[in-house]
Design a binder for this molecule. Structure first.
Ligand code: FES
Length: 240
């Protein structure tokens, strides 16, 4: 794989052609926040938390879906980017109902961790106060739409790793919802294998194990890490 050279935060860095900016940065220990990205899953570039500034580009670019190229000059942590990231997390918090104190994933939630890292102690936008339904029709697992950030990890892992393609997205914008089997109660899904992969990769308390109460839902990805790592390495070997 051809080698390229680019600059990240004024440091000259070598990379392999085909790598994304995010991959290059993380290999160098530069911590760009992400939410929809997960090593080993196809990128969707949906959350925009990984935005970076690229010299010559009129707007920031999502580093998880932008390939590194020879001579690029990238900034990962300017004041403007930090402000964008704060705003994005605040918008997510305002759109649905993320009341951490009564959430099964309180203390283990990626959205909560991001908000804390970004120093978010209040939300500047009006809350939509949506009261969305909970689908508890499946025997072992449940889906609380109020906690969903539409990162689509569940859709992607079910499709690409489990091969069941139970999940999809219905609607647009703030009316978007994750749906099972083209919009039927999860309990009635005939494609779902109950493998639990979607539950373990969900960054928030949207997908959880029944019986878990406040703060008890700790996602266990051990059984998935090897699979995702193999997929990540295979993707790296594919020609750009
Ligand atoms: S991590 Fe890049 S857009 Fe979500």
């Amino acid at each position: 794989m051809a080698a390229i050279t680019l600059t990240i935060n004024n440091e000259l860095i070598g990379a392999r052609q085909g790598q994304t900016i995010l991959e290059v940065a993380r290999e160098r220990g530069i911590d760009i926040p992400t939410l929809c990205h997960l090593d080993g899953l196809e990128e969707v570039g949906g959350c925009r938390l990984c935005l970076v500034e690229l010299q010559g580009s009129p707007r920031p670019v999502p580093s998880c879906v932008t390939r590194a190229a020879e001579g690029m000059e990238i900034t990962t942590h300017s004041d403007k980017l930090i402000e964008y990231r704060k705003m994005l997390v605040e918008l997510l918090l305002a759109e649905r109902t993320h009341t951490c104190s009564i959430c099964v994933q309180n203390g283990n939630c990626e959205l909560q961790t991001l908000a804390a890292r970004l120093g978010i102690d209040h939300v500047r936008f009006d809350y939509l106060h949506q009261q969305l339904p909970m689908d508890a029709s499946r025997e072992r697992f449940a889906l609380d739409h109020n906690r969903c950030v539409l990162c689509l990890r569940c859709v992607r892992v079910c499709d690409a790793v489990e091969g069941a393609h139970t999940w999809d997205v219905r609607g647009r914008g703030s009316t978007s919802r994750i749906v099972a089997d083209l919009d039927r109660p999860w309990g009635g899904s005939t494609s779902c294998t109950d493998c639990g992969k979607c539950v373990q990769l969900c960054p928030t308390g949207a997908l959880f194990r029944k019986g878990a109460t406040v703060g008890e839902m700790i996602k266990e990805r051990g059984f998935l890490n090897r699979i995702l790592e193999r997929r990540r390495l295979a993707a790296q070997r594919r020609p750009a």
